[in-house]
Design a protein around this ligand. Structure first.
Ligand code: HEM
Ligand code: PLO
Length: 480
């Protein structure tokens, strides 16, 4: 075969100049193209990308071997120009290579997120405060068609802002508007370069995109720096207001060296590390959850009968005299099933974040060399015909048991948050938010397409997150 692949490695696409020009004729998005290439090369195959081998995994067996069974071996991350720019060479969590510092960061953030589960500043209270404000805004819209995106984003941003910085934004706040803009700029440009070498027609990338990314990162960094200085100014060892305080405390305690469990390896908790890690949580916290909510609303508009059934469930379980709360989650299986189906049919991160083999190893019967990059195509897992009946059809019912009253996960080919060592850190936070925001909205409003407008497109725009394109809705208050 005309290919530099590893002996014993997975089938390899032919050398790039040829395939490159062939592929460039197609307009498929990367996750869909990778899914289709299975027909020719099998479920696991590889592509040479400059000097790197990139292995594409399209089946849950191999996906779980990579993420779970050999999770630690495949826990590395590649370095790319754009993610290095975003994270000051991987000083964050998501794009950081496997290291003691990465492990330490994860532990602090995990602890800080757990801490918010209880107490007066509990996550539930924060989310409900924002859900109320969101409902009020929707109520004011009357019958004017509304782009929900800015309001959903503000609600979600305020939750994560409370967690990270103990602050929040009012409508029209210029700092919030600036954040909306730079964050979209980053989503549009970051992490695309890992695909550029595979898809030559993305070569237009470096010039325009790179300067946009630099600009956006500079604006973000100024904002993060400001929050950091404010926190440093009134920091106290006795109160921990938010994630930034938790990180500051960890930084100080490593400096004072009075913690036994921290080894010399972790000394690298610099100001950069701290800033990049809050930047990660802030960015992940905003872009992922907002995207899921936008997909959920788009699908509910396409499927009014699903929306109606959720509302009937809400009326029966919660009624109209109080608002939904987290403790209702177990009693609202159809809503929960709908959320699961949204996360299946439009996974937020259709290719996860690339993984890297830290040693020579294998996937199934294929040899894998140290340094090989592995892309898990979650899109293929979630749209596998053998695992899901009519995978392109939106059907929350697949996540309900035979009686239709209990929840289930009908296939092992379902990993919306990844799994294993690099599993998403925000899974439980995201689920709480999605549940509360959707239940509050649907208890109070019926969402529909404004007359004369087309139904929202369900195609999605590929990037570091798979976003729906803009659309407008009518939010009609329900009789109470
Ligand atoms: C990583 C999904 C929300 C923080 C990931 C990964 C996925 C994912 C697929 C990559 C796993 C891998 O590379 O193997 C989602 C989905 C969300 C969501 C579907 C919403 C429904 C959040 C939120 C936060 C967050 C709200 C922050 C609080 C992170 C972080 C990582 C990550 C820090 C990197 C973990 C690491 O590399 O060690 N997420 N996420 N995510 N997520 Fe989420
Ligand atoms: C979103 C834009 C922000 O301005 C910066 C940012 C930080 C962390 C990234 C996030 C972006 C996109 C979604 C990511 C998250 C880390 C984990 C999460 C990639 C780029 C997912 C879904 O894997």
């Amino acid at each position: 075969r005309n290919c530099l692949a590893t002996r014993g490695g997975p089938p390899c696409l032919p050398a790039l100049p040829i395939i490159g020009s062939l592929l460039s004729l197609r307009s498929d998005q990367p996750h869909i193209l990778f899914q289709k290439l299975q027909q020719k090369y099998g479920q696991t195959y590889s592509v040479m990308m400059g000097s790197h081998t990139v292995i594409l995994v399209n089946h849950h067996h191999h996906a779980k071997e990579v993420l779970l069974k050999k999770g630690k071996i495949f826990a590395g991350r590649p370095r790319t120009v754009t993610t290095d720019l975003l994270t000051r060479d991987g000083k964050d969590i998501a794009f950081a290579d496997y290291s003691a510092t990465w492990r330490f960061h994860r532990k602090i953030v995990h602890g800080a997120l757990c801490m918010f589960g209880e107490g007066s500043a509990s996550i539930e209270k924060i989310i409900c405060r924002e859900a109320l404000s969101l409902s009020e805004t929707l109520g004011e819209s009357g019958s004017v068609p509304l782009d929900l995106s800015p309001e959903l984003t503000r609600a979600v941003t305020n939750v994560v802002c409370s967690l990270c910085f103990n602050s929040s934004y009012r409508r029209g706040d210029p700092e919030f508007e600036a954040m909306l803009q730079y964050s979209q700029g980053i989503v549009d440009t970051v992490a695309k370069d890992s695909l550029v070498d595979i898809f030559p027609w993305l070569q237009i990338f470096p010039n325009a995109d790179l300067s946009l990314l630099k600009q956006c990162v500079a604006i973000r960094d100024k904002l993060l720096q400001k929050k950091y200085e404010e926190h440093k100014a009134d920091y106290s060892d006795h109160v921990q207001r938010d994630l930034l305080d938790a990180l500051l405390r960890a930084k100080r305690s490593t400096e004072n060296n009075n913690t036994t469990e921290i080894t010399t390896e972790t000394v690298g908790l610099t100001e950069d590390h701290l800033l990049m890690t809050v930047g990660d949580i802030f960015g992940a916290g905003v872009e992922t959850t907002t995207t899921v909510l936008k997909w959920a609303v788009a699908y509910l508009i396409h499927h009014p009968q699903v929306q109606k059934r959720i509302q009937e469930e809400l009326d029966r379980v919660v009624g109209g005299d109080r608002s939904p709360q987290l403790s209702d989650r177990g009693s609202l299986p159809y809503l929960e099933a709908t959320i699961r189906e949204v996360l299946r049919i439009r996974p937020v991160a259709p290719l996860l974040i690339p993984h890297v083999a830290q040693t020579d190893t294998s996937i199934g019967e294929f040899t894998v060399r140290k340094g090989a990059r592995v892309i898990i195509n979650l899109w293929s897992l979630h749209h596998d015909q053998k695992e899901w009946k009519n995978p392109e059809i939106f059907d929350p019912g697949r996540f309900l048991d035979e009686e239709g009253t209990g929840l289930c996960i009908p296939s092992p080919s379902y990993l919306p948050f990844g799994t294993g060592v690099r599993v998403c850190l925000g899974e439980s936070l995201a689920k709480m938010e999605i549940f509360l925001f959707l239940s509050w909205i649907l208890q109070r409003f019926t969402l529909s397409v404004p007359t004369g407008q087309p139904l929202p497109s369900l195609e999605g725009k590929f990037g570091v997150v798979l976003q729906p394109v803009k659309y407008k809705v009518n939010a009609t208050p329900r009789a109470r």
